[in-house]
Unconditional design. Structure first.
Length: 352
């Protein structure tokens, strides 16, 4: 085949979200050992910190798990024989039927990325070779995993994930019932698909719409948000791009109003934001009677300025808990994760 990479795009997520046979996919991936071993390397690749050639060398052995990494995360074609080794003939046929795989000129490629995240598998749009698309659903990153670390590990009653994207936060919530909301129809499709792929017996619902659209039921014990918006920068002529890059369709006031309306009096709201945005957000939150009870500042690298801030807000004023500042990467230029970040994310992201 003339093109070494499978530049395939899935225009619409298939319908197996209502098919119990979909569960055969994560079961098979666990059986062959397709887990988190290379997930951090692939994330580094997407950030331009690791050469693709190095990852291709690491997955050149031909074992089913290595072939799966090449297929799902490195956009490589497989022969039908290799694909059958990864999935088995019956599951391979179903994945082709559902459109998660495609056969072109006798070679098989994936139309989505499939990331191992803890015990779950998360499908997103393809990242390699297709560029940054306005409507794409992107893979989990540092913000997603940092926010997950702040969330309570104990069981709560009702939880709400605002700006759910792929559904990664909702998947990690320990809640009797979870609502997930996103404005993007494509994100809603992926979240529903990922819920069906992982722990489908859990009580979860996905809604498309603005955050201030009415949600039925009792208040939420926990609300989380990793909003893909910020209020600075230069406005774009493209309205879709503008809505993603600025707080045009999601002003901070609207988010805080929604949280104030939906949060239980004893509930918690957890959010991650760029640092300056977060400071403004924290100040604005008090005018909505939402008060910081836990804060952590995050450095991209040891010795560098703070880049992100994790906030926990509640309706009642309490003593503020300031977690120690967190650095993601070591001060050296080797792109090594810091020991603290390794420990934080080891349970659901990285195998160190």
């Amino acid at each position: 085949m003339s093109q070494p990479f499978a530049y395939l795009r899935l225009d619409r997520l298939p319908s197996p979200a209502r098919d119990d046979r979909l569960l055969e996919l994560p079961e098979r991936m666990r059986t062959i050992g397709y887990d988190q071993q290379l997930a951090s390397s692939v994330a580094a690749l997407s950030q331009g910190r690791v050469a693709l050639s190095a990852l291709l060398r690491r997955t050149a052995g031909g074992e089913p798990a290595q072939l799966a990494y090449r297929l799902w995360l490195l956009a490589r074609w497989l022969s039908p024989e290799q694909a059958a080794r990864v999935f088995g003939p019956a599951l391979l046929e179903r994945l082709l039927e559902w459109g998660l795989l495609a056969q072109v000129e006798g070679r098989i490629g994936a139309t989505v990325d499939l990331y191992p995240v803890g015990d779950d598998y998360l499908a997103t749009d393809r990242q390699i070779g297709l560029g940054r698309r306005l409507e794409a659903v992107y893979p989990p990153g540092i913000d997603s995993f940092s926010l997950r670390w702040m969330l309570p590990t104990y069981q709560v009653g009702r939880a709400l994930d605002l700006c759910t994207g792929s559904g990664i936060q909702a998947l990690g919530l320990q809640a009797s019932f979870t609502d997930a909301v996103d404005l993007s129809p494509r994100a809603v499709e992926y979240a529903r698909f990922n819920f069906a792929l992982n722990q489908p017996s859990r009580s979860r619902a996905v809604h498309q719409g603005a955050l201030y659209d009415p949600l039925e039921g009792d208040p939420y014990d926990l609300i989380v948000s990793n909003p893909p918006f910020f209020s600075g920068g230069t406005f774009s002529n493209n309205q879709d791009r503008t809505s993603v890059r600025h707080t045009v369709k999601l002003p901070h006031g609207d988010l805080l109003h929604a949280v104030q309306r939906l949060l239980h009096p004893n509930g918690r709201f957890c959010v991650i934001l760029p640092y300056i945005e977060g400071l403004r957000f924290k100040e604005l939150a008090e005018s909505y009677m939402l008060y910081p009870t836990r804060v952590q500042e995050i450095h991209g690298r040891e010795g560098k300025p703070v880049e992100r801030i994790l906030l926990q807000l509640e309706k009642e004023r309490k003593p503020l808990v300031r977690e120690p500042n967190l650095a993601i990467r070591a001060a050296s230029e080797t792109e090594e994760w810091t020991p603290v970040y390794r420990q934080m994310t080891a349970d659901f992201y990285l195998h160190f």
